[in-house]
Design a protein around this ligand. Structure first.
Ligand code: ZN
Length: 397
């Protein structure tokens, strides 16, 4: 109990409102001390074999990136695929080769704890996307989205060029074109568009958007894939409540009427969105940044939203393939501060049964009870909070 209080006090003092993360840390001394303290605290017998807990140096407001990278590193299926990519024949530098180098450098360290500068990854990121080519605070969710989509695109491009090479060889050998069936992991229905990569295998789920015409009762449904789900937040609620809100029935009327194919005219309709295929890792983004017209800028909703350690989705469709999937919380990207372009990001992760907090170059073990501190605030007066922003839930099967 005493320890928990220490941790909480430590957190409170670290994230004061003015603590914007401009700390380009070169503080090798303090982080070294911190690292060995962590190793001691876990203890030699308890320290998981083949596991490494490394903080990441901040290169000037790059905590949005560090926090997401740490969360992804502790999404085991993702980490394994990125490490496996490293062993494949060298390709020209990309965001994925930089990521696999970084993950590999963490995973192959002699020491169990320490600090690594993700220098190559950051400079590649700044080179590839002008949005991130500055020293301003960025949105961690935007970065996650960009990273996953970029990796998926790279893998699809590689798959295609391999196919092209193989087809070329077949032609040279007089085998004819013969169709490209059998290659690639695509679903086949829409050809190239649905080509699956391991990013999709891990993060992709499917939503089904059902619309029921209130005139003829005809139901039409349209499926839509997602790599993460963005849900609205409300004060003093839970993730379950947010997901219910996400799947609530919405009535389309007046100017938003729906064109019914059966009636061949615009009709009032009811619409609802449900999960049809549950992903292996469910990334839930809480929409905490809201544009306020009167302020003409984004403000943070620090609402207290409870996220459970175990989660089962109930907003699934009747024909869902795996509706009973049970999820465990494995990582949370936390936003500290009062707005999207100010403040700081940290990450809490679960590893081998205990919880760790990654704050750029600092890594600490925390008590499971301390997670409650990241639900948000019950009072609406203060906007400054350390609150869960992106949740990563991993399926048990
Ligand atoms: Zn109709």
């Amino acid at each position: 109990m005493f320890y928990l209080q220490c941790v909480l006090r430590g957190l409170a003092s670290r994230f004061t409102p003015v603590c914007v993360c401009v700390c380009v840390c070169v503080c090798g001394l303090s982080s070294g001390a911190n690292a060995s303290a962590l190793e001691k605290e876990i203890g030699p017998e308890q320290f998981p074999v083949n596991e490494h807990y490394f903080g990441l140096v901040n290169f000037g407001n790059t905590c949005y990136c560090n926090s997401v990278l740490q969360a992804l590193y502790f999404c085991r299926p993702f980490r394994e695929k990125v490490l496996a990519y490293k062993v494949q024949p060298r390709r020209k530098e990309s965001l994925l080769t930089c990521l696999s180098d970084l993950f590999n450098s963490i995973a192959t360290q002699k020491k169990k704890v320490g600090v690594i500068p993700p220098k190559k990854f950051i400079s590649r990121l700044r080179k590839e996307n002008e949005l991130f080519d500055n020293y301003m605070q960025q949105d961690a969710h935007e970065f996650l989205n960009y990273l996953l989509n970029t990796i998926a695109d790279l893998l699809q491009e590689e798959e295609k060029s391999q196919e092209r090479q193989q087809n070329g060889k077949l032609l040279q050998n007089g085998g004819g074109v013969g169709g490209s069936s059998g290659t690639g992991g695509g679903q086949g229905e829409e050809g190239e568009k649905t080509q699956q990569t391991w990013v999709h295998e891990i993060f992709q789920g499917t939503l089904t958007n059902e619309t029921r015409c209130l005139n003829c009762e005809a139901v039409s449904s349209k499926d839509e894939d997602f790599l993460d789900l963005s849900v609205d937040v409300e004060q003093n609620t839970s993730i379950t409540h947010c997901l219910r809100g996400f799947s609530n029935t919405e009535t389309l009327c007046s100017e938003y009427k729906y064109y019914c194919e059966q009636c061949r005219s615009k009709q009032e309709a009811q619409k609802r969105m449900r999960v049809k295929k549950l992903p292996m890792i469910l990334a839930l983004h809480l929409k905490r940044f809201k544009y306020m017209d009167q302020l003409q800028r984004y403000t943070k909703l620090s609402y207290r939203v409870v996220f459970p350690l175990e989660l089962r989705l109930f907003n699934t469709s009747g024909d869902a393939t795996n509706p009973d999937r049970m999820y465990d919380l494995v990582a949370v990207v936390v936003h500290c501060g009062s707005g999207p372009n100010r403040g700081h990001y940290i990450t809490i992760v679960k590893s081998h049964g205990f919880w760790l907090l990654f704050d750029d170059d600092i890594v600490e073990k925390i008590d499971a009870q301390a997670i409650e501190e990241f639900y948000g605030l019950t009072s609406d007066i203060s906007k400054n909070s350390e609150s869960g922003y992106i949740l990563f839930y991993q399926s048990r099967d």
